[in-house]
Design a protein around this ligand. Structure first.
Ligand code: DC
Length: 210
């Protein structure tokens, strides 16, 4: 089936993990759209531009598939840079086309902030995945540092950064982070990745009788 499934939500809520697992379970391609914004920020920095103040449109148009495969896209500098370039309307327009082309041919599970509201408002199914800032900070800490016991001060700092980024993503005038009216809310504070996947798959099965 050529389903388009949108998975939106704030930073470190588990949407990427869900989208990837759902894509694998359903035999669909997966697109992490946050990587596009991250790659634009990284390429700008490599060209001597500042994602917070310079125009990223040309960089967005020139983005190459290999730019998404770099291993230096999930670092704090790029967390901030991606959130900054994501406020630029021409950057979003350039990336919108890529996202639609990716998913239209074969269907896809696609995760981001505005997939269900702007990129694919007619998606077959939409999830909005969220969790409290404290839980999201712990998950981000574990992504960055493994299972080492976190220092409370580090966790507080991460939670503050995550909340600042959420605010920026939700308050920007263009394509803000927002739950689509027809999206299914999935709260992951008390669910591990397997339980979230099982829940989402049960909804897919009910909805599409696969
Ligand atoms: O999902 P992520 O943390 O990798 O996303 C990085 C940044 O990109 C995030 O601050 C918001 C932005 N983004 C966006 O504005 N729209 C999307 N569809 C995906 C990400």
């Amino acid at each position: 089936m050529r389903l388009i499934i949108a998975v939106d939500g704030p930073a470190a809520a588990g949407k990427g993990t869900l989208a990837k697992a759902l894509a694998m379970a359903l035999g669909l391609p997966h697109l992490d759209t946050g990587l596009l914004y991250r790659a634009v920020a990284r390429q700008m920095i490599l060209s001597g531009l500042d994602p917070a103040s310079d125009d990223g449109e040309q960089t967005a148009h020139a983005l190459q598939p290999a730019d998404l495969l770099r291993d230096d896209l999930r670092v704090p500098e790029i967390d901030r840079g991606a959130s900054a370039v994501a406020t630029q309307t021409p950057v979003r327009a350039a990336l919108l086309k890529r996202q639609r082309e990716f998913a239209t041919a074969s269907g896809a599970v696609i995760d981001g902030r505005d997939i269900g509201t702007v990129v694919f408002p007619d998606a077959d199914l939409k999830f909005f995945v969220t969790a409290s800032a404290a839980v999201r900070a712990l998950r981000r800490y574990q992504q960055l540092h493994g299972v080492a016991k976190p220092d409370q001060a580090d966790l507080d700092l991460l939670a503050a950064e995550i909340e600042a980024r959420d605010r920026k993503d939700a308050e920007r005038p263009v394509s803000p982070l927002r739950q689509a009216d027809d999206a299914i809310l999935v709260e992951t504070d008390h669910l591990d990745a397997q339980a979230v996947l099982a829940h989402a798959l049960s909804i897919v099965k009910t909805r599409f009788a696969t």
